[in-house]
Design a protein around this ligand. Structure first.
Ligand SMILES: [Zn+2]
Length: 174
């Protein structure tokens, strides 16, 4: 194999790993996050799913998903075809996110243009920040298990709280 052929192959391998989605996945992994990818069991087959954070991440190409940014140049030929296709994609994206929301998932969309070298670090850092927030909110919103006795009434929750086997010193009345 000659040198130019080798370097061509190397560049192909390299470019595979720089796909926007791979950038996000590598960053998450390096920062200790664990996730599943292309999860078909959830609406819209999210690219990255972090169950612990109850968050689904979509990494969208600006063209295919019709991002309203400088990177989105409307095609000059077969305009109707592309316009229809892209608007269908956008509609599907919206529906998937809405369905996920109804199932109690947070969704995050990261656009291709947000992963360009100049802004990538900022985007990824913000993603991690938002995941931290998602976890904090998930934990604070979730009532401790013993509280879930009755869906309908508030009162049993208090009763359940009193019934918890706390050490005496914690429930001392003055
Ligand atoms: Zn964009």
């Amino acid at each position: 194999m000659d040198e130019s052929k080798r370097s061509h192959i190397m560049s192909m391998i390299k470019s595979k790993g720089t796909k926007p989605e791979m950038l996000v996945r590598r960053y998450l992994f390096a920062h200790g996050f664990r996730y599943r990818v292309n999860v078909r069991t959830l609406p819209g087959t999210p690219d990255i799913v972090l169950r612990k954070y109850r968050t689904a991440i979509f990494v969208h190409g600006c063209f295919w998903h019709g991002h309203d940014c400088g990177d989105f140049r409307p095609p000059k030929t077969r305009v109707e075809f592309w316009t229809a296709k892209i608007s269908r994609n956008r509609e599907r994206d919206l529906q998937a996110r809405e369905r996920l929301r109804q199932l109690g998932w947070r969704t995050m969309v990261i656009w291709g243009c947000q992963l360009k070298p100049g802004v990538r670090e900022e985007t990824l850092a913000e993603m991690v920040y938002l995941l931290g927030k998602a976890l904090a909110e998930k934990l604070s919103a979730k009532p401790p298990k013993p509280y879930i006795l009755d869906d309908e009434a508030q009162a049993p929750r208090i009763a359940a709280e009193e019934a918890l086997p706390y050490p005496k010193s914690h429930s001392d009345k003055r």
